[in-house]
Design a protein around this ligand. Structure first.
Ligand code: HEC
Length: 530
């Protein structure tokens, strides 16, 4: 250690000592037993109660201390095994906008708290309970589509019901925002929204005496195209300003809704809100299953009974494109999927990895910043299906040969890409609103401790940040400082720290976001500039 000081100015030494005592403090507080009021409630309120509040799916509310204590073992089990919060994407592969992932320190805190007798702690320090409303989050909208009142008949089997609704749209328009509002959030497990300009789905709907018709995989029409998925707790999809998905004149909207077994007699009337763009020129966002049954390199797409089989898909991207999000789609015997892009030169770009596919939690993985894919890149996937009886999601007993189709017992191998043609600067477009409004109830990214706070000139962080970029924004979300760090130098290198000079920004409250490029990890904190 003493040799470290040889090169240091007295200012650096002072900072280093301050920093050591700060880190020691941080460690010291970790050793205490966490309490509900100070540690657990903030974790539960930012990661769980969005779904677990009265009237939410599953009907278990975690708003009150007593509710959580009553389910402590179940909660401990679910978080330790990473079943809850539901997020099949592997966070060690890639991070996304509004992801539902607990940090290991948060899991440890819940386990530790449960093991130490769930102390409540000082009630006055507990955060206010979040309030959840069922009204729209996108605000103004141009089109509202609502399914007819439907009474679930799902007794022992899950039901997948499609509702085909006319829009009577007089001309093509571009969708700026889409929001799905479950009519009965206790029973709506997922929704897929499609559009279709043919009458096929209308005919299917008319042929069934009850509202809607039953169809598992898609809509039963080859012409319908996906617009958006919904799972409980999902935020509305808002496309970056000036971009949008084309909606066709006179298109019908088809909502495919999953009602789980045991929801019979419950009534639903889910609705969909769409806001169209108002800009005179719009960049079109395309949604297409770029990886599909046509580009499997080791086909045919047939999985024999009792077989575990892996398929490979590859597609060469002809032009520079910008990805907004990615959404893999398989049915029940899908096991795992990894999607990545290999540019002609340079590193592989991880897109998504799901190690334990869960049909019921399929959804869109939106990139925190838009992702550029360069022309000539090979977008590839490796997809495994488990058609044995050991697969807990196996729908057939005895097992049977599986091929492509929309039935519960058939399979699909699609990865939808939301993309547009690349324009310079796209990779700087932020989609993760939680990164700009560092509010308490926003999904947490990796928490960052900055020091000193309030700060006068130089802000220190305790994170290894080689090859990172930094963005500081004011409380209106305006970026006031942007910087990319490539290499460490001097003191920073030794301490594995990064310093940000904030001398030039005006006094006020700021949010700092740090992104490490290699892992895509995002760290965030607020600080006060004096
Ligand atoms: C996106 C919505 C969502 C989020 C976020 C979520 N859950 Fe759940 N949770 C569910 C649903 C839905 C079920 C019912 C089982 C299923 O459908 O997977 C469930 C079931 C459970 C269960 C088992 C049933 C019960 O009530 O005892 C526990 C425990 C649980 N969740 C704990 C948590 C915890 C702890 C968090 C936060 C760390 C969390 N969940 C976050 C939706 C969510």
């Amino acid at each position: 250690m003493p040799s470290l000081y040889l090169c240091c100015t007295s200012h650096m030494k002072k900072t280093f000592l301050l920093l050591l005592s700060y880190l020691a403090l941080a460690n010291g507080s970790k050793a205490q037993t966490p309490t509900w009021s100070e540690t657990i409630a903030p974790i539960i309120y930012s990661n769980c109660t969005k779904c677990h509040h009265p009237g939410g799916l599953g009907n278990s509310s975690f708003l009150d201390y007593a509710d959580v204590v009553a389910r402590k073992n179940s909660i401990k089990y679910q978080v330790e095994n990473k079943i809850m919060p539901p997020w099949p994407g592997d966070p060690s592969y890639r991070h996304y906008a509004e992801e539902r992932v607990l940090e290991q320190s948060e899991i440890d805190a819940i386990v530790n708290w449960t093991n130490k007798g769930t102390p409540e702690g000082d009630k006055s320090k507990a955060p206010a309970k979040p309030v959840y409303k069922s009204n729209s989050k996108i605000g103004a909208y141009d089109l509202k589509v609502k399914i007819p009142t439907y009474t679930s008949t799902a007794t022992t089997d899950d039901i997948y019901r499609c509702f085909s609704i006319p829009t009577n749209l007089p001309a093509n328009k571009y969708i700026a925002a889409v929001e799905i509002i479950p009519g009965n959030s206790k029973i709506v497990h997922h929704v897929l929204v499609f559009q279709d300009t043919t009458a096929t789905t209308d005919n299917l709907d008319k042929a069934d005496p009850l509202p809607g018709y039953t169809n598992f995989g898609g809509t039963g029409s080859n012409n319908s195209v996906l617009i958006a998925p919904y799972v409980p707790g999902a935020e509305p999809v808002i496309f970056p300003t000036g971009t949008g998905v084309k909606m066709y004149k006179n298109a019908r909207i088809i909502l495919q809704i999953h009602y789980p077994a045991g929801t019979n007699t419950e009534i639903d009337s889910t609705s969909l809100l769409i806001r169209f763009t108002t800009q005179p020129s719009v960049r079109e966002v395309f949604i297409a299953p770029i990886l599909n049954h046509g580009n499997i390199s080791n086909g045919p797409f047939v999985i024999a009974k009792d077989q575990v089989k892996t398929f490979y898909q590859s597609y060469t991207v002809p032009v520079n494109v910008t990805l907004l999000s990615i959404m893999p789609h398989m049915h029940l015997i899908g096991k795992s999927i990894k999607v990545f892009s290999k540019p002609i030169s340079g590193d592989t770009v991880p897109l998504v990895r799901i190690n334990d596919w869960n049909f019921h939690w399929q959804g869109q993985y939106r990139f925190q910043y838009l992702q550029k894919i360069t022309a000539g890149s090979k977008v590839q996937s490796i997809v495994t299906y488990d058609n044995t009886i050991n697969n807990p999601n196996q729908p057939s007993n005895p097992t049977k040969i599986v091929t492509v189709g929309e039935a519960t017992t058939s399979e699909m191998m699609l990865t939808y890409f939301y993309y547009m043609l690349y324009q310079t600067g796209d990779e700087k477009i932020l989609q993760d609103s939680s990164l700009l409004t560092a509010g308490f109830f926003k999904p947490s990214t990796h928490k960052l401790s900055v020091y000193p706070n309030p700060v006068k000139d130089v802000l220190y962080t305790g994170v290894d940040l080689q090859d990172a970029s930094v963005q500081i924004s004011d409380n209106l979300g305006r970026v006031v400082l942007e910087k990319t760090f490539e290499k460490y130098n001097g003191m920073d290198k030794m301490l594995r720290l990064m310093t940000i000079n904030v001398n030039d920004i005006n006094p006020g409250i700021y949010s700092v976001i740090i992104i490490t490029k290699s892992s895509g990890k995002i760290y965030q904190s607020k600080f006060i500039k004096e």
